[in-house]
Write a protein that binds this ligand. Structure first.
Ligand code: UDP
Length: 500
């Protein structure tokens, strides 16, 4: 007779794409699943594991059945420069093919590990961008649940856009309404993700097609969202996926420990936490603007000047996160020559490198989040109950902005009009003026009319987000349902095997 497997005997194998904004939510998801009592095996490479070892070690010490297994990254064999083990370190678009080739090389090692793994793997939670896990899951006869870091709203937009694309019905210019959605969403081709609006540089369309084909074979989908945020889109997406959609976010809220928040995703470059805390504590509630373009977003020096001057002219205290590394020298040069940092030092804080974003967003003085609308940042802003100033840059970020501005009504856009493809920033120069930045900030921050309404709504959504992850909340329930699904799958599989 076959018996229901105990929770600890269920082994959820989590395989993230090697990119900060994919590793972060999947490391959170690994913890979230382990918090329910199942075993979780996070599969990544040494340099990437180092990003969250401290947090995972704390989770293990607290009794969670979670472990990290390290693969050897064959970047050099794939033609990548030494030490380049993460999408964020890929120098320019020309190396993206090599990066995905190196990702493909991880398949054999992973499968060897899975063969001897104890408890034996029950399912793979795979990043959608790691396409080979579809074959691996088939080989091991286990379900593959995909995660691609988008909302149900965006999933539905993309689904419809694929249909339009295949029928050659995406207008080259002008706005059009995305059909079959619960809301009227207007876009232009120039605002669409590269799947429908390809970048001029090296095309990776064949890789995208492979990823999409693998995604179609998936058993189900996990989403970093919560049902109450976008219920009509969740329902629609769930119908499309035969019911196998689990909304288990906001994932960032699984970090209760302050150190986990501080160290989330990378080693912070702002190492003096007490100084940051002191700085934040010195302002009145809801008066500070936090500006950050995620882990990948880069802007030209011309565009940075507009951003910086716009922030300054708004008159509000601000934190501005500035990338370090390749291509940033002109920005630093402008900062020092112009005297921007010196001039704004009484109310502006520049963080160079990695900022502890969720710590900052959850501080009560933060009253507005100027974001590039990456989905992680978007959900983190929503979870903190903070209204958003939206400045989409690339990927599906314009769609996220539509959701924030036109469906949820918790944001004001700076008015950017078109995608600035990653790696092609120079081609686009400055699209947004400092006046537009100041106007959008004031609309969100001023405690009158529009700003007040937006703030109230953002606060309500923040409360809903927190309730969703509490015991009995929708996301908590969905995590339990996902685990039950896998438990039943394993039971049925064992029963089938017992018959042969
Ligand atoms: N992030 C952070 N500090 C930074 C930059 C980014 O903690 O200085 C985190 C942020 O909290 C989010 C992720 O990196 O979890 C960025 O993901 P998102 O989807 O917003 O954007 P992407 O990096 O994919 O453009």
């Amino acid at each position: 007779m076959t018996t229901v497997p105990a929770l600890a005997e269920l082994n959820f194998v989590v395989i993230p794409l090697l990119s900060a904004s994919h590793l972060i939510p999947l490391a959170d998801m690994a913890k979230l699943l382990a918090q329910q009592g199942v075993t979780v095996t996070l599969v990544t490479t040494a340099l990437n594991a180092a990003r969250f070892t401290a947090a995972i070690d704390r989770a293990i010490r607290s009794g969670l059945l979670i472990r990290v297994v390290e693969l050897q990254f064959k970047g050099k064999e794939a033609g990548l420069p030494e030490g380049c083990e993460n999408h964020n370190d890929v120098p320019g678009l020309n190396y993206r093919r090599q990066f995905f080739a190196a990702i493909d090389m991880l398949q054999e090692q992973t499968e060897k590990l899975l063969e001897d793994m104890k408890p034996k793997p029950s399912c793979i939670i795979s990043d959608a961008y790691v396409a080979w896990t579809a074959d691996t899951a088939d080989k091991f006869q286990i379900p593959r649940i995909v995660f691609d870091g988008m909302s149900c709203f965006t999933q539905m937009c993309m689904h419809t856009m694929y249909i339009l694309r295949d029928q050659n019905k995406i207008p080259e210019s002008g706005t059009f309404v995305i059909p079959d959605l619960p809301d009227r969403i207007e876009v232009t081709k120039a605002q669409l993700p590269p799947h429908f609006n390809p970048a001029g540089a090296v095309s990776i369309q064949d890789i995208r097609d492979k990823i999409r084909a693998a995604e179609k074979r998936a058993y189900g989908v996990v989403i970093n969202t919560f049902e109450e945020l976008e219920q009509r889109y969740v329902d629609k997406f769930r119908r499309l996926k035969a019911g196998r959609v689990w909304c288990i976010g906001p994932l960032s809220l699984c970090n209760n420990d302050n150190l986990d928040k501080v160290q989330r995703g990378n080693k912070g470059s702002f190492d003096k936490e007490d100084i940051l805390k002191k700085w934040l504590d010195s302002w009145e509630p809801e008066t500070v603007v936090y500006a950050c373009f995620g882990s990948l977003g880069r802007i030209t020096v011309e565009q940075f000047v507009e951003l910086a001057l716009g922030l300054e002219a708004s008159g509000y205290p601000f934190i501005l996160v500035i990338k370090t590394g390749e291509g940033q020298a002109p920005i630093e040069e402008w900062i020092s020559k112009n005297g921007f940092e010196e001039r704004t030092k009484e109310r502006g804080l520049l963080i160079r490198g990695w900022s502890p974003q969720v710590v900052i967003l959850s501080h009560p003085v933060v009253g507005g989040f100027l974001t590039h609308c990456g989905w992680n940042s978007t959900v983190e802003g929503i979870s903190a109950g903070v209204p958003l100033i939206t400045w989409p840059l690339f990927a599906e970020q314009f769609l996220n902005e539509k959701l924030l501005e036109h469906v949820l009504n918790i944001a004001v856009g700076v008015g950017s009009q078109a995608i600035v493809h990653l790696g092609e920033e120079e081609k686009f120069g400055a699209q947004v003026s400092n006046n537009a930045v100041t106007d959008a900030i004031k609309k969100v921050m001023d405690k009158e009319k529009e700003g007040n309404k937006i703030r109230k709504r953002a606060r309500e959504l923040g409360e809903m987000a927190k309730r969703a992850v509490e015991d009995g909340g929708s996301s908590h329930l969905n995590v339990m349902l996902l685990i039950k699904e896998i438990q039943e799958f394993q039971l049925n599989q064992s029963a089938k095997n017992a018959l042969v």
